[in-house]
Design a protein around this ligand. Structure first.
Ligand code: GAL
Length: 827
């Protein structure tokens, strides 16, 4: 007979297996997000695992943790995982499970947006193109073929994470899941089918029995128990979740914006992002996620469309290479610390909002704070005016200067500890330097073999002009359209070839000779070139190129690509001759021969066919290869591609993505670029442009893990014509660190990547003028400032200085001048 101790043991073990002691309970109620029953304020950031490398993940995640985040968010990228139907790939940087485990090991939570529609400036929004070719399929609506595929993939992902015990109730890091993505924004044209689809999505999510909440972002009418969340540059008083019980959550706080080929950089000031975050918490938010925290790189053919660049830097707090983007990273880190120190009060949701004057609101949060650095109250004082600074007199609780478009956090409601517009974090100025004193690269080359295609030989035919992605299933950017024309006496002497295309680039050949290429940054265009035809049979070979399939909008999956439907015409110079070739017999060939024969990977292709003689410059359709040594040190490596036109680059067989440096950045009509941007007032993707007149993307990231200590191989495919001799490897270094700090605070300076501060180029305590790179002394200044800074900082990786008159000596500033320290250090 078992003793009562045995029985208790059995009972205990049974309970343990039902709910492991390390299990995390995630729930919500009364607008609170509860972890193990405790209401929480959570800060999260998006890092998309395929946009960096496995080797970069731990460092990125660690920097996110140091930056004050509790969680990492990612989409799941369906088309990367299922490139062909039921053939799956979870290797390398597609190893979702390892990524989630890395997040877990860092002690952070994870938010998984399964979708499986992602958007994300990712090719075709993350949908596999083979799905487009399934008979009867209609995407993102009440369509059985689509729903079956979506269910299969969603279930596959949920089963994988369950098997690895990655859900919070299993002891894993995942606290939140997402189904679909921003369907509410585009659902109207899907009518009732769309309404039914969204109900079905909710049921699909619930049927997965994950034990944690699911969100549907931008979905006002999200069916219970799905939680509607917001996305955008701001999410404040106007956003309310779809149920009084639901916590207010912000799934995408856009920290900047992506770049398009032919468009400038977008930057979003740290002051404005901080203001948006602080306003979110002022207005009762409990969980916010930065989109992106690290944007990274669109390797391979993963960028979406139209015309998304390979860099997905996004002006995020961590730059494309994983370096801190200062002052953004640090200014937000400080804000996170303060929000966390007030967490216990904020979560109690006991708040009053008082209008002080027009657009100026004082929000007083009260509650018991146990063991917190704040007292029993915290105030958020915001000024939403675009350009009116205000002085707020809270009488016994003090007087506050509140710059326009800023928010101050007042501890105990009587002491300002943070203002979103007052940045005390250092600015880092980065530069790209040629590496290893650069020995010139030796190039070999080979032509893209085009004998077959210039002769009109393809692998299939049709009596029409086919749609490109349907034909290639997106196996390549390239599709050859080839036909023959019999020229008889009815043809005029001078003709023009006119091709109406929805592709991104077109290269045209007539009778095996290249007659020209054309492209647009905005989408489809009409190609026109005069041609000389001969009597009898003439060959026309057109190579149509895509650079990423559209990823957003109602029915975006149906946006056509390529020369589909044409027309393709031969036009007479007098205008009365028009021969429409659209329903000729067309031959098709998918991809380039060089791609099919793996020219891009020296291990897979035949090595002896590269020539070192007669290296061609500005030759279209050419492959180039060189051997190089990895740049010394640890700084990120980039390739300067400015001398090339358009194509694709690989290092040791790893794709760096498409390059297209001849796409020069131009601001959209009516806008311009400027190095300074008034961040005040609502940000949008037409504010704060830079880089006009330069290539939209000149440098291409070579992750260190692609390189080895011996010889490395760089291979390029150039489509239009470039000069490889001018290509150089460079490293990204922090060149200068500048700091600004008011009297009474602490100034911290550091160079990244293990570099030390080599000199103090400027230091003034008083009323210094100008900005990083061009500081000047003002009317007053303490004489010892430079020597104090030199002693404290030179030769060190980082230093910190108390900004006090006692440190630097008297500044001779008038009593009314607020004293400030400005420093510029060389790294
Ligand atoms: C959102 C979308 C994201 C991303 C973002 C812009 O609408 O949900 O995936 O595309 O826009 O960067």
């Amino acid at each position: 007979m078992g003793s009562w101790i045995d029985m208790l043991l059995v009972l205990g073990l049974t309970l343990l297996s039902l709910s492991p002691s390390w299990a995390t309970d995630v729930s919500y109620d009364k607008g609170q997000f509860l972890i193990n029953g405790q209401p929480r304020i959570l800060l999260s950031g998006s890092i998309h695992y395929p946009r960096s490398t496995v080797e970069m993940w731990p460092d990125l995640i660690q920097k996110a943790k140091e930056g004050g985040l509790d969680a990492i968010e990612t989409y799941v990228f369906w088309n990367a995982h299922e490139p062909r139907r039921r053939e799956y790939n979870f290797k390398g940087n597609l190893d979702l499970i390892s990524f989630l485990k890395t997040v877990q090991q860092a002690g952070l939570y994870a938010i998984l947006r399964i979708g499986p529609y992602a958007c994300a400036e990712w090719n075709y929004g993350g949908f596999p193109v083979w799905m487009h070719n399934l008979p009867g399929v209609k995407f993102r609506t009440d369509n059985q073929v689509f729903k079956d595929e979506m269910q299969t993939f969603t279930t596959l992902i949920v089963d994988m994470i369950k098997k690895e015990k990655l859900l919070a109730p299993q002891g894993g890091p995942i606290i939140l899941l997402q189904i679909e993505n921003e369907y509410g924004n585009i659902m109207e044209p899907y009518k009732e089918e769309g309404q039914r689809y969204i109900q079905w999505c909710a049921k699909l999510a619930e049927s997965q029995n994950t034990g944690i909440p699911w969100v549907m972002c931008q979905q006002d009418n999200a069916p219970q128990s799905m939680i509607n969340t917001c996305n955008g540059f701001y999410c404040d008083f106007s956003f309310k979740p779809n149920n009084p019980k639901s916590p207010k959550m912000w799934t995408e706080n856009w920290t900047g914006w992506f770049i398009g080929w032919g468009l400038p950089f977008h930057y979003r000031a740290a002051e404005d992002v901080a203001y948006a975050v602080a306003r979110f918490f002022q207005s009762g938010g409990v969980l916010q996620n930065y989109y992106m925290y690290h944007g990274g790189t669109n390797f391979g053919r993963s960028s979406g469309g139209p015309y998304i660049t390979t860099s997905y830097d996004y002006d995020a707090p961590l730059d494309e290479y994983g370096l801190l983007n200062q002052p953004k990273w640090g200014h937000l880190k400080r804000l996170h610390e303060i929000i966390k120190s007030a967490e216990k009060i904020l979560v109690q949701k006991s708040v009053t909002h008082k209008d002080i004057e027009s657009n100026v609101v004082l929000s007083t949060f009260t509650g018991n704070s146990t063991g917190n650095s704040t007292g029993n109250s915290v105030c958020f004082l915001s000024n939403a005016n675009n350009n009116k600074d205000v002085n707020v007199d809270l009488q016994n609780n003090g007087k506050y200067f509140l710059p326009a478009w800023s928010l101050s956090i007042l501890v105990d409601c009587n002491k300002e500890i943070y203002n979103t517009a007052k940045v005390s974090t250092q600015i880092s100025m980065k530069t790209k330097k040629p590496s290893n004193g650069d020995t010139e690269l030796n190039w070999v080359w080979r032509a893209e073999p085009m004998k077959d295609t210039l002769n009109g030989q393809g692998s299939s035919t049709a009596k029409q002009l086919l749609e490109q992605k349907a034909t290639t299933a997106d196996a390549s950017d390239y599709l050859w359209y080839m036909t023959r024309v019999n020229v008889d006496a009815t043809f005029p002497k001078n003709t023009t070839l006119r091709v109406n295309t929805t592709g991104s680039v077109l290269h045209a050949y007539v009778n095996k000779k290249r007659i020209g290429s054309d492209w647009r940054s905005g989408g489809g265009f009409v190609f026109e070139k005069p041609v000389i035809l001969k009597k009898g049979v003439n060959l026309i070979s057109l190579l149509s190129v895509t650079v990423g399939l559209t990823n957003y909008g109602s029915f975006f999956d149906l946006v056509p690509f390529g020369i589909v439907g044409g027309p393709v015409q031969l036009i007479g110079s007098t205008g009365n001759f028009n021969k429409d070739l659209s329903s000729n017999e067309w031959s098709y060939k998918i991809g380039l021969n060089g791609e099919n024969q793996h020219f891009y990977d020296d291990k897979l292709s035949r090595k002896n066919q590269w020539a070192s003689e007669g290296l061609p410059i500005n030759r279209p359709m050419t492959w180039y290869k060189t051997t190089f040594k990895a740049p010394l040190g640890k700084n990120p490596v980039v390739i300067d591609m400015q001398s090339m036109s358009k194509g694709h680059a690989w290092v040791n067989g790893h794709s760096l993505g498409r390059f297209w440096p001849t796409m020069i950045a131009q601001a959209p009509k009516g806008y311009s670029c400027s190095d300074t941007c008034d961040y005040r007032g609502n940000y949008d993707d037409h504010k704060c442009f830079s880089n006009c007149g330069n290539p939209s993307q000149r440098w291409y990231h070579v992750p260190r893990s692609f390189l080895n200590d011996g010889d490395n191989i760089l291979i390029l495919f150039e489509e239009i014509g470039g000069n490889p001799i001018k290509i150089s490897f460079q490293t990204v270094t922090t060149e200068k660190a500048c700091g600004n700090a008011y009297e009474g605070s602490t100034l911290e300076l550091s160079c990244q990547g293990g570099q030390t501060i080599s000199a103090i180029e400027f230091a003034s305590f008083g009323d210094p003028q100008g900005k990083c790179g061009s500081f000047k002394k003002g009317s007053c200044d303490a004489t010892n400032t430079l020597s104090v800074l030199e002693k404290s900082c030179v030769g060190k990786e980082s230093c910190s200085v108390n900004v006090l008159e006692a440190t630097f000596g008297s500044s001779s500033c008038s009593i009314n001048t607020p004293k400030r320290l400005a420093v510029q250090a060389a790294c």
